[in-house]
Design a protein around this ligand. Structure first.
Ligand code: NAD
Length: 477
């Protein structure tokens, strides 16, 4: 294994290869802005070579293995990810500013857990599915790998979001070209290290960091059979258009602007205790973060006080310090973007916490709370992707649901009520792919994904395996 911060080469066809593009970039540390690593970047020829390698692997050694042999290799891949988890999680915190407490879970432990889960799931699939036909014949229903997968990922949860594609793809018998973004290209090579350690045949996993052009080339590449994408809604629309034209299946996990709906009978101590985890995970750089807080008019002042006091008390600092609750953002661009939203917030409501510019090293933005926000304000409609919360008053339950659903997005959401029945009833009226009652937690066993502009398809759970398989019916007498 090479030094984790020094990754000048790409991983293609089971080998470390110098980028044909000739491009390499310095990777900057979110908490200081200083260069701490070197990353090789793919160009068009590198993407093409990676797809060719993935095609050779699927037409050769990978399909020659039995399902049990493949599953054993996916489990070995999981074990290798687990062994590297501690170092990988620290690396991601340096790349994107994620507090280490969270990174240990989502970048340290989750990848191996998810890979192991899909290894087990594939091994447990029925070998033979023989169904009777109405006329006395039989039909063999087969589930076959969809083929070469283009996995395109964002920088916010780089390890978890990549493995949510890689693991089911490998378990299904597909091969993968993973294209992470430059911000978190370094950690993506943990998957190359794990592929080598697990003895995966050459070309089964290829890692080619790059930008939008390389992503677009992959999506349209004639050698690709399926696209698995997580990222912004804008990029998702472009990818969906191309995939539609090519009739190429695509899973799209996109943006969000989720609500935290506080019912009149909510336990505000519980809301406050879980606020950072549910509304500001990863410094707000989380697609499902519940950043629109809906407060009943009857308890509005109380909610504003609880939310403002909680956010003001969050510890902001070095993401590698286990005590840190809010770290820096991923880049200077992202810092500027989020600061512009904090400025906008001051014109669209009343800022109770934060709002001021951060001065000093690193790409920090002070956590900000803006209250008295109207439902159609930009700060209530657009995804900020940083530590900025909007509090909106509502009159009654119908009003709360109407505000909650007045969004182009439909990814997450949480309802707070001491009465679980009431919570469930309200949650049932929110138009999203996932929702929680006094709780919100993604996990291996349950499908995750959005509706409306938050995307198409699901990852995780048994449902997360399906997009990597196509069924074929073989009719027998
Ligand atoms: P982004 O869309 O800019 O980039 C994501 C990835 O797509 C990168 O690898 C990028 O290089 C690539 N890309 C960009 N444009 C492309 C195109 N036209 N064709 C092919 N590839 C392209 O997103 P980002 O800023 O890196 O990530 C933040 C976004 O991701 C937020 O909107 C967030 O909500 C979303 N996200 C969604 C989920 C989810 O599961 N729904 C999870 C995490 C993040």
């Amino acid at each position: 294994m090479s030094d984790l911060t020094d990754r000048p080469d790409l991983f293609v066809d089971g080998r470390w290869v110098a980028p044909r593009s000739g491009r390499r970039t310095a990777v900057r540390e979110a908490s200081t802005g200083l260069a701490f690593g070197l990353l090789g970047l793919a160009g068009p020829e590198d993407v093409d070579e990676a797809v060719r390698a993935a095609r050779r692997a699927i037409e050769g050694p990978w399909s020659a293995l039995s399902r049990a042999e493949r599953a054993a290799m996916v489990r070995a891949f999981a074990a290798a990810l687990r062994a590297a988890g501690k170092e990988t999680s620290a690396l991601v915190s340096r790349e994107n500013g994620m507090p280490i407490r969270l990174s240990r879970i989502v970048n340290g432990l989750a990848p191996s857990a998810i890979a192991g889960y899909y290894g087990d799931l594939a091994a447990a699939e029925e070998e033979v599915d023989l169904r009777p036909s109405p006329t006395g014949g039989r039909t063999l229903v087969q589930r076959r790998p969809v083929g070469v997968v283009a996995a395109i990922t964002p920088w916010n949860y780089p390890q978890a979001l990549a493995v949510m594609k890689l693991a089911p793809a490998l378990a299904a018998g597909c091969t993968v070209v993973l294209k992470p973004p430059p911000e978190t290209g370094l950690d993506a090579f943990a998957f190359a290290d794990a592929a080598i350690a697990a003895g995966l045949p050459a070309g089964v996993v290829n890692v080619v960091p790059g930008g939008r052009e390389e992503g677009a080339r992959l999506v349209a590449h004639p050698g690709v059979d399926k696209v698995a994408f997580t990222g912004s809604t804008g990029a998702g629309r472009a990818i969906g258009e191309m995939a539609g034209r090519l009739l190429r299946p695509a899973t799209l996990e996109l943006g969000g602007k989720s609500v935290s709906l506080i019912a009149e009978d909510a336990d505000l101590d519980l809301v406050a205790a879980r606020l950072a985890e549910i509304s500001l995970p990863n410094n707000g750089q989380t697609c499902h973060a519940a950043t629109r807080i809906l407060a009943p008019r009857s308890r509005y002042a109380e909610v504003v006080e609880a939310v403002s006091e909680t956010v003001a008390a969050l510890s902001v600092g070095d993401p590698l310090d286990p005590a840190t609750e809010i770290g820096p953002l991923v880049s200077e661009d992202q810092q500027r973007r989020v600061e512009s939203y904090a400025e906008l917030a001051a014109t669209e409501g009343r800022v109770t916490v934060g709002g001021e510019r951060h001065v000093g090293a690193g790409w920090f933005v002070r956590p900000t709370v803006v209250v008295d926000v109207q439902r159609d304000a930009r700060i209530a409609q657009e995804e900020v992707f940083g530590p900025v919360l909007a509090v909106l008053p509502y009159e009654d339950e119908d009003d709360a649901i109407s505000i909650a659903n007045d969004s182009e997005f439909g990814l997450g959401g949480v309802v707070w009520s001491q009465d679980e029945e009431r919570g469930l009833r309200l949650a049932g009226r929110i138009d999203t792919g996932t929702v929680g009652v006094n709780h919100y937690e993604l996990h291996i066993n349950a499908p995750f994904g959005g509706v409306k502009a938050s995307g198409l398809g699901r990852e995780l759970g048994p449902e997360g395996l399906d997009p990597y398989l196509v069924t074929r019916s073989v009719y027998l007498r």
